[in-house]
Design a protein. Structure first.
Length: 270
């Protein structure tokens, strides 16, 4: 890792950004908090940059920073074998989702353009000028997660992990010493061995234990979703290990590997 580079943070304060800043300084990286409307002018010159923060702000500075923002493909979850999802998941558009007449869980694949939630029917989905009918969405059947875990993955291996929820409520704790640690590790290893080549080299994968809350409900370990590491909460995961993943997930464009080029986020309007 280049210890003469820098980590640029978006102006919105987050606890994860603060933890990553401390970890970055410990290893000799400069940290620059970008200003609203100020572009990337405050970053150190002549050094390789990395980024942590939201995608909307990133759109305005990614060219100046010259970083490659890696993200999973929008339909990654829907394309997974059923043994890893254990529920029906489909990739579609917001316009199609609005026609659904049953309770479903709907979320944007990567951006947080509207709340990921259970909607009683598609007519309850938000409508706004910034949400055209062709907006990509993921739809899945409604399930109950007994416990959910965030995995920071680098080169096909879990580098850091944390529980982040239990039965839909925030509940963070380190994976080390957790009663589900071995089960999480085993499921992650099986998933990454089978499907690791369909993900960027640095990414976040959320997995969980499905609860048989009702008769015929799916149960067992399954993938919740995949996310950009450069815009993910670390929760109780080791920030030094999380930083390893973030630095690759949003690092110098010139250093991006050939395999990661298809996962590079297109520059979009702010």
């Amino acid at each position: 890792m280049n210890e003469h580079g820098f980590l640029a943070l978006s102006p919105q304060y987050t606890s994860t950004g603060e933890l990553l800043a401390r970890a970055a300084r410990r290893r000799g990286l400069e940290v620059a908090v970008l200003s609203v409307g100020g572009g990337a002018g405050a970053v150190p010159k002549g050094r390789e940059g990395h980024y942590y923060g939201g995608p909307a702000f990133a759109a305005g500075v990614v060219e100046e920073l010259s970083v490659a923002l890696l993200e999973p493909e929008d339909d990654w979850l829907a394309a997974l074998p059923s043994e890893f999802t254990r529920r029906r998941v489909s990739a579609t558009t917001l316009g199609e989702a609005r026609r659904v007449m049953r309770p479903v869980f709907v979320k944007p694949p990567s951006d947080k353009s509207f709340p990921a939630a259970v909607y009683s029917d598609g007519g309850r989905l938000p409508s706004a000028p910034g949400l055209p009918a062709d907006t990509p969405v993921l739809i899945s059947e409604v399930v109950t997660w007994e416990a959910e875990f965030r995995l920071f993955v680098l080169d096909g291996e879990v580098r850091a992990a944390s529980q982040y929820a239990a039965f839909g409520r925030l509940d963070t704790s380190p994976v080390e010493g957790h009663r589900h640690r071995e089960a999480v590790s085993a499921f992650a290893a099986r998933l990454l061995a089978a499907c690791g080549d369909t993900l960027p080299s640095a990414v976040v994968v959320d997995v969980g234990l499905l609860s048989a809350a009702r008769p015929s409900a799916p149960e067992g370990w399954a993938v919740v979703e995949a996310n950009m590491a450069w815009f993910s909460n670390a929760y109780a995961a080791d920030p030094d290990r999380v930083l390893d993943v973030v630095l690759r997930a949003a690092g110098p464009r010139a250093r991006a590997s050939a395999r990661d080029r298809r996962f590079q986020r297109a520059v979009r309007g702010g």
